[in-house]
Design a protein around this ligand. Structure first.
Ligand code: ZN
Length: 135
């Protein structure tokens, strides 16, 4: 015949055991969090650069269809070609400039006169010069 007290130890966890588990979870989160945040940041930057590529494609379409066959520096003018103006995932705004021959691309090369440079107001997202930079 079994005594009731024989299985008393199965009723729950001690405070020390629970605290140990919580401590281990906290240490694992502290290790994983920076890598996770870096990955998220890289992902948002990548999405932003894809938006810049989309704006560059919209510029080409705009240029072909406009009466003057010129690029525009107005991002809002591309809403038809870009199917709505793309939005930076970090809330940055896009600026389109037409190179005067001295502008530089993200990779450091000079953008020839008349070439496009699309940049994001979030500095780490950089800029994109179609035909010179890779997205
Ligand atoms: Zn951006």
């Amino acid at each position: 015949m079994r005594k009731r007290d024989q299985f008393k130890w199965r009723r729950g966890w001690t405070l020390a055991e629970v605290l140990t588990v919580v401590l281990i979870v906290i240490v694992l989160m502290a290790i994983a969090m920076p890598a996770f945040q870096n990955g998220m940041s890289a992902s948002r930057q990548s999405a932003c650069r894809a938006n810049m590529q989309a704006l560059a494609n919209a510029e080409e379409q705009y240029r072909r269809q406009s009466a003057t066959h010129a690029y525009t520096t107005q991002v809002s003018a591309l809403s038809k070609e870009a199917a709505g103006v793309p939005v930076c995932p970090d809330g940055g705004t896009y600026t389109i400039t037409i190179s005067n021959g001295t502008a530089t691309a993200q990779n450091g090369q000079t953008v020839p006169q008349g070439g496009l440079v699309i940049s994001c107001s979030i500095g780490s997202h950089g800029k994109f010069a179609p035909g010179i930079d890779t997205p």
